[in-house]
Design a protein around this ligand. Structure first.
Ligand SMILES: [Zn+2]
Length: 212
Protein backbone atom coordinates (compact mmCIF):
# COMPACT_ATOMS: atom_id res chain seq x y z
CA UNK A 1 0.00 0.00 0.00
CA UNK A 2 1.52 3.32 -1.06
CA UNK A 3 1.00 5.74 1.76
CA UNK A 4 4.26 7.50 2.55
CA UNK A 5 4.17 11.23 1.97
CA UNK A 6 0.39 11.32 1.78
CA UNK A 7 -1.74 13.65 3.88
CA UNK A 8 -2.17 12.65 7.52
CA UNK A 9 -5.23 13.30 9.63
CA UNK A 10 -5.04 16.04 12.21
CA UNK A 11 -7.48 14.14 14.45
CA UNK A 12 -4.91 11.94 16.16
CA UNK A 13 -4.48 12.23 19.90
CA UNK A 14 -1.23 10.79 21.19
CA UNK A 15 -1.58 9.34 24.68
CA UNK A 16 1.27 6.88 24.38
CA UNK A 17 3.35 6.60 27.51
CA UNK A 18 0.45 7.80 29.61
CA UNK A 19 -0.95 4.94 31.55
CA UNK A 20 -3.91 4.77 33.89
CA UNK A 21 -4.03 2.55 36.92
CA UNK A 22 -7.01 1.34 38.88
CA UNK A 23 -5.47 2.07 42.27
CA UNK A 24 -8.29 4.51 42.93
CA UNK A 25 -10.63 1.67 43.91
CA UNK A 26 -8.54 0.73 46.94
CA UNK A 27 -8.18 4.39 47.83
CA UNK A 28 -11.92 4.67 48.35
CA UNK A 29 -11.88 2.40 51.37
CA UNK A 30 -14.48 0.11 52.93
CA UNK A 31 -17.94 1.72 53.09
CA UNK A 32 -17.60 3.86 49.99
CA UNK A 33 -16.48 0.92 47.94
CA UNK A 34 -19.32 -1.34 49.17
CA UNK A 35 -21.93 1.30 48.34
CA UNK A 36 -20.47 1.66 44.88
CA UNK A 37 -20.41 -2.07 44.23
CA UNK A 38 -24.04 -2.46 45.38
CA UNK A 39 -25.06 0.46 43.21
CA UNK A 40 -23.22 -1.02 40.26
CA UNK A 41 -24.93 -4.39 40.71
CA UNK A 42 -28.37 -2.83 40.98
CA UNK A 43 -27.89 -0.75 37.89
CA UNK A 44 -26.73 -3.73 35.91
CA UNK A 45 -23.46 -2.72 34.32
CA UNK A 46 -20.87 -3.14 37.07
CA UNK A 47 -17.66 -2.34 35.26
CA UNK A 48 -18.96 0.61 33.35
CA UNK A 49 -20.74 2.14 36.34
CA UNK A 50 -17.75 1.62 38.60
CA UNK A 51 -15.49 3.26 36.10
CA UNK A 52 -17.86 6.15 35.62
CA UNK A 53 -18.12 6.69 39.34
CA UNK A 54 -14.39 6.56 39.68
CA UNK A 55 -14.07 9.06 36.90
CA UNK A 56 -16.53 11.45 38.51
CA UNK A 57 -14.88 11.16 41.91
CA UNK A 58 -11.48 11.73 40.39
CA UNK A 59 -10.11 8.60 42.00
CA UNK A 60 -8.55 7.30 38.84
CA UNK A 61 -4.85 7.89 39.10
CA UNK A 62 -2.63 8.51 36.15
CA UNK A 63 0.90 7.29 36.18
CA UNK A 64 3.49 8.04 33.61
CA UNK A 65 5.15 5.03 32.04
CA UNK A 66 8.32 5.86 30.15
CA UNK A 67 7.71 5.44 26.46
CA UNK A 68 10.09 6.05 23.61
CA UNK A 69 8.76 5.83 20.13
CA UNK A 70 10.57 3.16 18.13
CA UNK A 71 11.15 3.65 14.43
CA UNK A 72 8.52 0.99 13.72
CA UNK A 73 5.96 2.76 15.92
CA UNK A 74 6.69 6.07 14.25
CA UNK A 75 6.09 4.43 10.89
CA UNK A 76 2.85 2.85 12.11
CA UNK A 77 1.57 6.08 13.65
CA UNK A 78 2.15 7.79 10.30
CA UNK A 79 0.38 4.98 8.50
CA UNK A 80 -2.76 5.01 10.67
CA UNK A 81 -2.94 8.81 10.34
CA UNK A 82 -2.92 8.52 6.56
CA UNK A 83 -5.60 5.81 6.68
CA UNK A 84 -7.74 7.91 9.02
CA UNK A 85 -7.40 10.84 6.64
CA UNK A 86 -8.61 8.60 3.80
CA UNK A 87 -11.71 7.62 5.77
CA UNK A 88 -12.41 11.30 6.49
CA UNK A 89 -12.27 12.12 2.77
CA UNK A 90 -14.55 9.20 1.88
CA UNK A 91 -17.15 9.76 4.58
CA UNK A 92 -17.27 13.55 4.23
CA UNK A 93 -18.18 13.02 0.60
CA UNK A 94 -20.75 10.30 1.29
CA UNK A 95 -22.42 12.38 3.99
CA UNK A 96 -22.43 15.51 1.87
CA UNK A 97 -24.09 13.64 -0.99
CA UNK A 98 -26.87 12.80 1.40
CA UNK A 99 -27.25 16.31 2.73
CA UNK A 100 -25.48 15.59 6.00
CA UNK A 101 -22.24 16.74 7.57
CA UNK A 102 -19.66 14.18 8.63
CA UNK A 103 -18.22 14.73 12.07
CA UNK A 104 -14.67 13.40 12.09
CA UNK A 105 -13.78 11.07 14.95
CA UNK A 106 -10.56 11.29 16.95
CA UNK A 107 -8.06 8.45 16.89
CA UNK A 108 -6.36 7.96 20.25
CA UNK A 109 -3.01 6.20 20.28
CA UNK A 110 -2.23 4.70 23.66
CA UNK A 111 -0.01 2.14 25.31
CA UNK A 112 -1.16 -0.59 27.73
CA UNK A 113 -4.34 0.97 29.14
CA UNK A 114 -6.61 3.91 28.62
CA UNK A 115 -9.50 5.73 30.26
CA UNK A 116 -12.43 6.47 27.93
CA UNK A 117 -16.04 7.64 28.16
CA UNK A 118 -16.87 3.90 27.88
CA UNK A 119 -14.74 3.06 30.89
CA UNK A 120 -11.27 1.74 31.54
CA UNK A 121 -9.72 -0.46 28.87
CA UNK A 122 -6.51 -2.39 28.45
CA UNK A 123 -4.87 -3.14 25.11
CA UNK A 124 -5.89 -6.77 25.59
CA UNK A 125 -9.33 -5.90 24.14
CA UNK A 126 -7.80 -4.76 20.85
CA UNK A 127 -8.74 -1.62 18.92
CA UNK A 128 -12.20 -0.28 19.69
CA UNK A 129 -14.55 2.64 19.20
CA UNK A 130 -16.34 4.41 22.04
CA UNK A 131 -19.63 6.06 21.00
CA UNK A 132 -19.64 8.08 24.24
CA UNK A 133 -16.70 10.24 23.22
CA UNK A 134 -16.70 9.37 19.50
CA UNK A 135 -13.07 8.26 19.61
CA UNK A 136 -11.21 5.28 18.20
CA UNK A 137 -8.66 3.73 20.54
CA UNK A 138 -5.68 1.75 19.36
CA UNK A 139 -2.49 0.44 20.89
CA UNK A 140 -0.14 0.11 17.92
CA UNK A 141 1.29 -3.11 19.33
CA UNK A 142 -1.90 -4.67 17.93
CA UNK A 143 -0.14 -4.58 14.58
CA UNK A 144 2.31 -7.22 15.83
CA UNK A 145 -0.53 -9.24 17.27
CA UNK A 146 -2.20 -9.23 13.85
CA UNK A 147 0.98 -10.67 12.41
CA UNK A 148 1.75 -13.26 15.04
CA UNK A 149 -1.63 -14.33 16.46
CA UNK A 150 -4.03 -13.72 13.60
CA UNK A 151 -1.59 -14.41 10.80
CA UNK A 152 -2.72 -11.20 9.10
CA UNK A 153 0.45 -9.31 8.32
CA UNK A 154 0.75 -6.37 6.00
CA UNK A 155 -0.54 -2.83 5.85
CA UNK A 156 -3.96 -3.72 4.57
CA UNK A 157 -5.01 -5.67 7.67
CA UNK A 158 -4.21 -2.68 9.85
CA UNK A 159 -5.95 -0.26 7.45
CA UNK A 160 -9.01 -2.49 7.59
CA UNK A 161 -9.00 -2.39 11.41
CA UNK A 162 -9.07 1.43 11.35
CA UNK A 163 -11.77 1.52 8.66
CA UNK A 164 -13.90 -0.96 10.65
CA UNK A 165 -13.72 1.20 13.80
CA UNK A 166 -14.57 4.24 11.69
CA UNK A 167 -17.53 2.15 10.51
CA UNK A 168 -18.72 2.03 14.12
CA UNK A 169 -18.39 5.81 14.25
CA UNK A 170 -20.57 6.12 11.16
CA UNK A 171 -23.10 3.81 12.85
CA UNK A 172 -23.15 6.22 15.79
CA UNK A 173 -23.59 9.28 13.57
CA UNK A 174 -26.47 7.51 11.79
CA UNK A 175 -28.12 6.47 15.05
CA UNK A 176 -27.48 2.74 14.57
CA UNK A 177 -25.45 2.35 17.79
CA UNK A 178 -28.27 3.94 19.74
CA UNK A 179 -30.77 1.53 18.13
CA UNK A 180 -28.60 -1.43 19.12
CA UNK A 181 -28.36 -0.13 22.67
CA UNK A 182 -32.13 0.10 22.80
CA UNK A 183 -32.41 -3.52 21.65
CA UNK A 184 -30.12 -4.57 24.50
CA UNK A 185 -32.93 -3.63 26.89
CA UNK A 186 -35.68 -5.29 24.88
CA UNK A 187 -34.26 -8.60 23.66
CA UNK A 188 -33.03 -11.80 25.21
CA UNK A 189 -29.27 -12.32 25.30
CA UNK A 190 -29.41 -14.72 22.34
CA UNK A 191 -31.48 -12.40 20.20
CA UNK A 192 -29.28 -9.50 21.11
CA UNK A 193 -26.13 -11.44 20.17
CA UNK A 194 -27.58 -11.95 16.72
CA UNK A 195 -28.02 -8.21 16.29
CA UNK A 196 -24.52 -7.61 17.62
CA UNK A 197 -23.13 -9.85 14.90
CA UNK A 198 -25.13 -7.97 12.27
CA UNK A 199 -23.90 -4.72 13.75
CA UNK A 200 -20.29 -5.89 13.32
CA UNK A 201 -21.00 -6.98 9.75
CA UNK A 202 -22.43 -3.56 8.99
CA UNK A 203 -19.20 -1.96 10.30
CA UNK A 204 -17.28 -4.32 7.99
CA UNK A 205 -19.48 -3.22 5.11
CA UNK A 206 -18.85 0.44 5.94
CA UNK A 207 -15.13 -0.31 6.08
CA UNK A 208 -15.29 -1.19 2.40
CA UNK A 209 -16.95 2.05 1.30
CA UNK A 210 -14.70 3.72 -1.22
CA UNK A 211 -14.11 7.07 -2.76
CA UNK A 212 -15.80 7.14 -6.14
ZN1 LIG B 1 -16.42 -3.93 15.53
Amino acid sequence: MKWRGRKQSSNVEDRRGRSVSRKGIAGLGGAGLIIMVVFALITGNPTMILEQLLGIQGEQQSTSVPYTESEEDQELAGFVSVVLNDTEAVWSERFEENGMTYKEPTLVLYTDAVQTACGFSSSAVGPFYCPGDQKLYIDLSFYNQLKTEFNASGDFAMAYVIAHEVGHHVQTLLGKSQQLNQLRQELSQNEFNEYSVRFELQADYYAGVLKI
